[in-house]
Design a protein around this ligand. Sequence first.
Ligand code: NAP
Length: 234
Amino acid sequence: MSVVLVTGGSRGIGRAIVEEFADAGHQVAFTYAGSRDAAESLRDRALPVQADVRDFARAQEVVAEVETALGPLDVLINNAGIKRDGALYSMAEDAWRDVIETNLNGTFNYCRAVTRNLIRRKGAIINITSVSGITGMAGQTNYSASKAGIIGLTKALAREVARFGVRVNAIAPGFIDTDMTSAMDENVRKKLYAQIPMGEPGTARQIARAALYLASPDAAYITGHVLTLDGGLS
Ligand code: NAP
C-alpha cells in the first residue's frame, strides 16, 4: 500500500485516478482549486486539500499536511491542468500566463516539494501531459507549450533521480471525455473526434488504469517514458 498525492483530483481524469488508487487499497490525498462539493464527496475514500497548484509555498505545506495525515509519500501524480484556447495572434497575455503557470509551474511546484521525500521512499512521479504537447495543436500554443514543457521536465528529472531509485514518467492522453472537452464547441469537438483512428474519445478511467500501472512494481524498469493513450491520434 502506498501513500499517493494527486493534484486536481476533484473532477475528470484526476478524480478517476483518485478513485482507482483508493479502490486498489492505496492511501490517497488530492488537491482541488475551487470545487469544494465535488472534492468533499470523495472524503470517504481520500483526503481533499484545497490548494492552488500555482502557489509554490503552498505545495510544500500540502506535502507536509498529507504526510502528517497519511504517512510518507510514495507517489505524486501531477494532473491539475487548464486550457484557454485561441489563436496566438490574438491571445491575451494572461491566457498564456495562466496556462503556463497552472500546467507547467504547477507541475514544477509539486515535483520540487516531493522529490527529496520520494528519494527516501524510492517513489514515483507521474505527470499528466497531452498529445497536444507532442504534436502541437492549432489554437493551443499556450497549452501545447505547457505540455511539451512537462515532457522535458519529466525526462530531465527522470535522469536526475534514477540513481536514487525514483521513477518519473508522463502520460499523454488524446481526447478524453471530461469537463475540459465538453467545454469545447460541439462542431469543433466533432471534427476533432473524427480524426481519432479508433473513432471515439477515451475515458478518464483508462488514464487512471495507466497511472496505476506506472506507479506499480510492474513498471519498476520504466522511467523517463511518455505513455500515450490516444486511440492512435498521434
Ligand atoms: P478537468 O475535468 O477540467 O479537471 C481539472 C482538474 O484540475 C480539476 O480537479 C480542477 O480543480 C483542477 N485544477 C485546475 N486548476 C487548478 C489549480 N490552479 N490548482 C489546483 N487544481 C486545479 O480536466 P481533465 O480533462 O480531467 O484534465 C486533467 C489533466 O489531463 C489536465 O492536466 C489536462 O491538461 C490533461 N489532459 C486532458 C485531456 C482531455 O481530453 N480531457 C487530454 C489530454 C490531457 P477544480 O475542480 O477545483 O476546478
